[in-house]
Design a protein. Structure first.
Length: 186
DNA sequence: CAGTGGATGCTCT
DNA sequence: GAGCATCCACTGT
């Protein structure tokens, strides 16, 4: 099936993904922080056109785009927009809900607040790597569960980029203490 | 607490 | 050969 939420504009899909539960082999949690990377967005990997790395971004929506960040970490994106122009949503933080013990073991720490608070952290906690690049998020081993109640979402500038810094395309669940920047305020 | 810098590999110029 | 959509350990208060 085509997944309606991600088939539309990335600017609606990104806030719309907040509150969904993402699982890989039954391990994961609620999405509480994402960033939108649009087509024609200088900060997006797709901006310079199609390359072997970004190939998946130009394919059907609802797939995973996985890339290596700073030589160390994996980062995961949900491909959006069915016209294949290269839009995607970067997953930045989850509220861990399922498979806590496995995530603790993979991350090598106990504090649940540090398990999935950051794009590199959440991929490590879920065991998500480039072998999942191009995978369909609606099919096993992945699962996506919609939120059971409406979610309040706040908007702010994106983190860690050097281009289009002013665009407020980071979306966080309002009041969440599970986002990658929550510990700063706490 | 805050701030700094090292690890590390792949992509594109 | 530069530049990253990062994380963590370390420093100094």
């Amino acid at each position: 099936m085509t997944w309606e939420l991600v088939a539309g504009s990335v600017h609606e899909a990104a806030p719309g993904l907040i509150g969904w539960t993402l699982l890989l082999d039954g391990v994961g949690g609620r999405i509480v922080e994402v960033e939108a990377y649009a087509a024609d967005d200088p900060a997006s990997h797709s901006y310079r056109g199609r390359t072997p790395r970004t190939e998946v971004m130009f394919g059907p929506p609802g797939r995973l785009y996985v890339y290596r960040s700073y030589g160390l970490h994996w980062c995961a994106n949900v491909v959006c927009e069915e016209d294949g122009r290269g839009a995607a949503v970067l997953l930045r933080a989850l509220e861990p809900t399922r498979g806590l013990d496995l995530m603790r073991a993979r991350r090598g720490l106990d504090d649940p607040r540090l398990l999935c608070a950051g794009p590199g952290r959440l991929t490590q906690a879920l065991g998500l790597t480039d072998e999942h690049n191009g995978a369909d998020l609606t099919k096993p081993p992945f699962a996506l569960v919609p939120p059971s109640a409406p979610v309040a979402v706040e908007q702010s500038p994106r983190i860690g980029i050097t281009k289009a810094v002013e665009k407020p395309w980071r979306y966080v669940e309002a009041g969440s203490s599970w986002s990658s920047r929550a510990r700063r305020a706490a």
